[in-house]
Write a protein that binds this ligand. Structure first.
Ligand code: G
Ligand code: G
Ligand code: MN
Ligand code: NA
Length: 254
């Protein structure tokens, strides 16, 4: 409750920051983009991670203005990249369940796209299975609307929901993000290795691209690459870092 009362103030006082975690191409090793991950610089508690405040923000409704803020910052960053020699980079943003099921998201995105003139294909929206499945019919329409604008849509934490396969049948998507829970034990758990390999193959047969999350070792990277996974994200390549640090990394080609 201490956090909740402070959260609204935090937005007004500009205490949130977007960290960026690199996404890399597994064949060439180059940076192809980043996922935006929220951080809160709490004046007394220091850095507070999203696991602690997103659920509270979701419950209290703050997630709507906060999600708004995230999208604005992300589009602004894509504009800066376009004008600053990093125009090839893609930026992925997490959407919360409330954002997906409210009515403000599409008008807001339309406004941001019109004002900024960015290439919509460089903005990717990540939706978790559980958020989408709260109202599958509404989500199906939303994803269609997003993609009709040229925006990209990725399923986050793929495989952790109760209905991953119906999800693939129901929704029009661009990419799936294999949850790090499956990647973690690829080397030691034969079941996880089989599940990940099959997921990559399944995604490709459906015309979807694949990002593996939580890649921490070279052996995991090699396994994923050998199974045809195009892209990955994880501590092996880069942690989530402040924007300037990510940009330095992207300019250096990593
Ligand atoms: O950054 P990681 O370090 O701790 O993020 C934890 C979780 O918080 C992830 O599941 C991520 O999807 C979620 N998260 C991070 N940033 C955002 C955001 O801007 N909006 C929403 N809805 N979730 C976010
Ligand atoms: O949206 P999502 O749940 O996928 O957010 C990514 C989360 O995973 C963030 O909390 C981020 O800090 C975390 N993360 C990113 N890379 C790694 C990794 O290699 N290992 C672990 N353990 N966590 C990671
Ligand atoms: Mn995510
Ligand atoms: Na995830």
């Amino acid at each position: 409750l201490l956090l909740e009362s402070r959260l609204w103030q935090a937005l007004e006082q500009n205490e949130f920051e977007l960290y960026l975690q690199a996404q890399v191409e597994l064949e060439g090793g180059g940076v192809i983009g980043a996922e935006a991950l929220l951080r809160w610089h709490h004046p007394e508690l220091g850095m507070v991670g999203p696991d602690r405040f997103i659920p509270i923000a979701e419950e209290s409704g703050l997630i709507l203005p906060l999600g708004d803020w995230v999208l604005r910052r992300a589009v602004e960053r894509l504009q800066l990249w376009r004008d600053g020699g990093l125009g090839h980079l893609r930026l992925a943003v997490n959407l919360s369940a409330r954002q997906c099921h409210g009515s403000a998201l599409l008008p807001q995105l339309d406004r941001l796209l019109a004002e900024s003139g960015i290439n919509p294909a460089l903005l990717e929206l990540e939706i978790t299975e559980s958020a989408a499945m709260q109202d599958p019919e509404h989500s199906r329409k939303l994803l269609r609307e997003l993609r009709s604008r040229g925006l990209k849509v990725a399923i986050d934490d793929f495989g952790t929901g109760y209905s991953s396969l119906s999800y693939l049948k129901l929704f029009e998507l661009d990419r799936i993000k294999i949850d790090r829970g499956f990647v973690k034990d690829i080397e030691t758990d034969p079941n996880d290795a089989v599940i990940v390999a099959a997921t990559i193959a399944l995604a490709h047969s459906l015309g979807l691209a694949v990002v593996a999350e939580g890649v921490e070792t070279a052996a995991q990277r090699e396994f994923l690459r050998s199974k045809g996974c195009e892209e990955a994200q994880g501590y092996l390549f880069a942690r989530p870092v402040p924007v300037e640090q990510f940009e330095a990394l992207a300019r250096a080609g990593m």
